[in-house]
Every structure is written in structure tokens, then in C-alpha cells.
Design a protein around this ligand. Structure first.
Ligand SMILES: O=P(O)(O)OC[C@H]1O[C@](O)(CO)[C@@H](O)[C@@H]1O
Length: 245
């Protein structure tokens, strides 16, 4: 696992976007695994900026997102479909039919997960998987558990994840308690994994996940044994591991 140090959020975003750009330029028909959350938004902005300048072409790229809330459709402003559309998809020349997320409207969890897993397998290994880091060490919505959940599955979100995500919802809106998420296998089979981390509230988890034991109780810790995992983190996120770099 390589750690790339960035000065601040802007620098981290630019560095993460550089890695994604290099992937798309080097392999125009890449399969990109994408993430939601606040952290990757700056990188998406950079990619949009470079696309607008004519430096990037997404017309042959396929995207697969990590997760979606169960029960939310793509017009719901809190859905990850909506988030991805607003923050990235609609601003670049990705073909809509090549942008995939789990189907939050499918009430039958087994059916929804089976369909997404089949899609992931049909597409083959993801070329580059972008990840954020949850406060409790989750990646996608793979929550702390007694075992690594390998396939796409329906997860009951932990209290800490629900409360962390409350900031995206209006006070009177309920945060969904369940989500469909890509499993650890697809993430680990990705040829390259890029974890973007920013801010001092992630510093303790950076130390636990990337310098502690590999355990399903800290899902992100599994990335330590990925053959090509890169963490791009800013100074605040790295302050608890400064002496180890
Ligand atoms: O980047 P943020 O907003 O801190 O979120 C971290 C992680 O938490 C999630 O938003 C889900 O709780 C993930 O999508 C994300 O990777």
C-alpha cells in the first residue's frame, strides 16, 4: 500500500483526479469504480474541469458505483444515483447506459444484489476503484463485521454511519437504514484501488485501518493486502501516522 501525502483537501483532490485521469488516458475503455460521500467531490470537480478543457474523454468509460440506499429512486435527492449525476455524470460525456449503481428501487434485496453482482462479474475486474473511508472504517457500505462479506449484499447501516450521513438529509427526513453495496471481492479484485481521505476526523481511522491489523471489524484494513492500493490523504488525515511515513 502506497501513501501519497497531500497538503490539504484541494491538493488531495487534484492528486486523486490525476490518478483517475492517467487511468482514463491510458485505457479509454476503463471500468471505473466510483464512490459517493463528501471526499471525492473535489476530485470529480477536477475531472470535470479537465474534461471541459478537452483533456479527458469518458465516451468509452464504464462506471460502477459502490452502493445505493435501499428504497431510494434516482430522482430522490438523497440517492447516490442523484448524487453521482449532479456531481459528475451529467457534466462529462459518459454514456448514461454505461453508468451503473445498484437498483435502490428493487425491494427484493436478494434480486437487487444478484443483479448487481452479475453485472460486476460480466464487466470483469474494475480497472480503478475509488474509495472514501468511513468513520468506522467502512468501504462502500461494507460495515464492520465478523467476516468480510464478499458479494454484493444488503446491509443494515450502523448507527455511526446513519448519524454521519444525517448531514446530507433535511432535519425531517429519515436516513435510510439499509443499503445495497458492492462486496469486498469486487473491491479487492480491482486492478488498482485509490482511497481518498481528508480531514482530522479521519486521522484515527487512517491509523487503525492502514497501520493496524487486517480484520473485518475494520473493513478498510483489507486494502493493506491489495497489490496496488494507493491512499491519497491530506496532512490532517495523516497527522496520527506522521512518524510512520
Ligand atoms: O467522504 P465522506 O463523506 O467522509 O464519506 C466516507 C464514506 O461514507 C459514505 O458516505 C457512506 O457512509 C461512503 O459513501 C464514503 O465512502
Amino acid at each position: 500500500m502506497r501513501i501519497i501525502r497531500a497538503k490539504d483537501y484541494q491538493d488531495m483532490s487534484r492528486k486523486a483526479a490525476n490518478i483517475i485521469s492517467a487511468q482514463v488516458i491510458g485505457k479509454p475503455d476503463s471500468v471505473l469504480g466510483l464512490a459517493t460521500g463528501e471526499t471525492p467531490v473535489g476530485a470529480y470537480r477536477k475531472l470535470i474541469e479537465w474534461y471541459e478543457k478537452g483533456d479527458l474523454d469518458f465516451s468509452r468509460v464504464t462506471t460502477v458505483n459502490l452502493d445505493e440506499y435501499k428504497g431510494l429512486d434516482k430522482w430522490n435527492k438523497q440517492s447516490y444515483h442523484y448524487f453521482m449525476n449532479e456531481n459528475f455524470f451529467k457534466h462529462v460525456n459518459l454514456l448514461p447506459e454505461r453508468c451503473h449503481l445498484p437498483d435502490g428501487t428493487e425491494e427484493n434485496a436478494e434480486k437487487a444484489c444478484r443483479a448487481y453482482e452479475a453485472l460486476l462479474r460480466a464487466l470483469g475486474p474494475i480497472d480503478l476503484q475509488l474509495l472514501g473511508l468511513g468513520h468506522n472504517g467502512h468501504i462502500g457500505f461494507n460495515e464492520p463485521s465478523d467476516r468480510f462479506e464478499l458479494d454484493t449484499h444488503c446491509v443494515s447501516l450502523s448507527e455511526s454511519t446513519i448519524s454521519a450521513n444525517r448531514r446530507f438529509f433535511a432535519p425531517d427526513e429519515e436516513v435510510p437504514a439499509q443499503a445495497y453495496t458492492m462486496g469486498i471481492r469486487s473491491i479487492m479484485q480491482a486492478k488498482k484501488v485509490l482511497v481518498a481521505v481528508s480531514g482530522k476526523e479521519k486521522a484515527a481511522m487512517v491509523r487503525t485501518a492502514f497501520f493496524g491489523p487486517v480484520t473485518p471489524k475494520v473493513p478498510a484494513s483489507v486494502l493493506q493486502i491489495h497489490s496496488d492500493a494507493v491512499v491519497v490523504a491530506d496532512e490532517e488525515a495523516l497527522w496520527k501516522v506522521r512518524d510512520m511515513l
